[in-house]
Design a protein around this ligand. Sequence first.
Ligand code: NAP
Length: 308
Amino acid sequence: MRIVVAGGTGFLGRHISRALLDDGHRVAVMGRDPRKVARIGALAGAEGIYGDVTDPYSLKGTLDGYDAVAVAVQFPNYPMEQPRKGLTFDRYDRAGTSYLVDEAQRANVGRFFYVSGANVHPNSDKSWYRAKGRAEDIIKESGLDHSILRPSWAYGPEDKALNKFVKIARFSPAVPIPTRYDGLRRIDQRIQPVSVADIGRAAAAIFSKDDAWNRVIEIGGPEPMTMVEVVRTMLEVIGKRRVLLPVPTAAMKIATAPLGALPKPPLTPGGVEFAVQDGLVDLTALRAVVGMEPVPLRDGLSTYLGRG
Ligand SMILES: NC(=O)c1ccc[n+]([C@@H]2O[C@H](COP(=O)([O-])OP(=O)(O)OC[C@H]3O[C@@H](n4cnc5c(N)ncnc54)[C@H](OP(=O)(O)O)[C@@H]3O)[C@@H](O)[C@H]2O)c1
């Protein structure tokens, strides 16, 4: 199959592109800088094409002659939204997806694969869940053959979440864990960390199975874990003993509020809120339809994190 992967240079996108290439598909990676593709070893064999999902005119003709499109786009420096610069979930996830749907319809592309996320809902009060929920609705109503993959919290060699904890743990005696409180009661964040390699494998498997289309498939690690359990598992894998230090999100939001004025804020109150969301998923369709069993966190981490 000839497949365009929008966002194929990204963290999830490059694993999805690699898995599709390894399955014998022809892959064109769409992004704002097609030359980037040649610099990413994992994308060897893919071609780069220009397309900016915030500019519908740039998408015209980009899907002509292709059989499918896969979408794993997000705005630069997400999840830190900067509305004044146009960096919002709504602009990239909802509007960007709708422009790609329009172009897929025009170009008669047979299949539309979209990377969504856990907990999405079109009426959520959280901008990230709302934008993806609305994008899902646009895709479902488009009449295109579609498959929607909803990953929980993804980790891997290039992630921007767990690797922050890894870096801190390598030099600091204490690892801060952003923690929500209800009064004095700690609320444990519950997620199902999923290896990015499994997301790539799932995408490729979906493209090989007719049953996996016109449905939503959730993907996450085999067991729900708290963030404390996730960090403890990481510490065991890298062979470190560290104190885990809960840091209240309320304090983090106050401390990060001024950072929103920076050109590329490392964290903002919205970014803190995004980072502490639960991410539980139902693996029934992944197991029954895609025929996949995701790897547990310890095994996934051991493939790329060394001791020391
Ligand atoms: N990471 C996770 O844990 C996780 C979990 C669940 C769901 N997701 C979802 O998975 C998707 C991919 O996330 P990610 O973590 O892989 O993000 P990422 O690493 O930041 O990659 C984002 C991709 O979007 C591309 N992009 C940015 N602006 C663009 C534009 N205007 N037009 C076209 N492409 C553009 C980037 O390419 P260029 O910069 O080269 O243009 C890059 O390839 C997102 O929808 C995210 O919400 C991620």
